[in-house]
Design a protein around this ligand. Sequence first.
Ligand SMILES: NC(=O)c1ccc[n+]([C@@H]2O[C@H](COP(=O)([O-])OP(=O)(O)OC[C@H]3O[C@@H](n4cnc5c(N)ncnc54)[C@H](OP(=O)(O)O)[C@@H]3O)[C@@H](O)[C@H]2O)c1
Length: 225
Amino acid sequence: MELKGLKVVITGASHGLGRALAEKLSELHTELYLISRSIDKTPLPFKATRIACDIRDPHQVEEVFKKLPEFDILINCVGIPLVKSITDTRPEEIQDTIQTNLTGLIYICKYSITKLENSKSPFIVNIISTSGKKARVNETVYCASKWGLAGFTNSLRLELAPKGIRVIGIYPGGMKSEHFWKGIKTKEEIKDFIPPEEVAEYIIQLLKTAKNSTPAEVVIERKIK
Ligand SMILES: NC(=O)c1ccc[n+]([C@@H]2O[C@H](COP(=O)([O-])OP(=O)(O)OC[C@H]3O[C@@H](n4cnc5c(N)ncnc54)[C@H](OP(=O)(O)O)[C@@H]3O)[C@@H](O)[C@H]2O)c1
């Protein structure tokens, strides 16, 4: 698929994978609409429409999508970590993780559909995690949010197929995003994690290649050194 000229919405675009995708897609001359809470304060060395929005709030999401033009591709990169024993996890942290990683992305997908359905080749790409397939100690709530997002994404794929909207789930292993791991892992601990730019490149190649076929799921494992 030729990406040049397509309108692409990226959520979670101020840091990490979303930011890397935005940079690469801007080089490919797509028209970018970038969403995050702090995107209006984020310096960007390329042209994009920035929309500040907290995706945990369904009213904010509905208003944002009402104002957006019709678009071709939605890439959901919003996500927050939670690495703690369930005993030590506070109810507010549980709510925040589920509302951000799961409910918020459900709102985004829900309000995107009418904006995507007239596109010639519409796509929704949800960034999940290998924690959406594997069970992990001290990641009970994070895994719950990602397994939930995996179930939503797989069901959405079936529900939107008659409208021609293709839905892809991406499951990366640990990525080298300092923003994501702040206060959890040191720079040294994430030095061998996957550069977000490499995951961004896989996603772009996948979108470029998907003509008569669609990879429903892509698991991107970290190379163990
Ligand atoms: N890093 C990893 O090791 C790893 C591994 C596998 C999967 N993942 C998943 O991959 C995705 C991208 O991760 P990343 O490492 O790129 O994370 P990141 O660098 O921390 O970026 C996350 C983005 O989400 C935005 N965001 C967070 N809460 C939000 C909210 N309530 N409303 C709107 N935007 C919000 C953040 O911007 P604001 O703070 O400005 O809102 C930021 O732009 C996430 O879904 C993550 O769970 C990450």
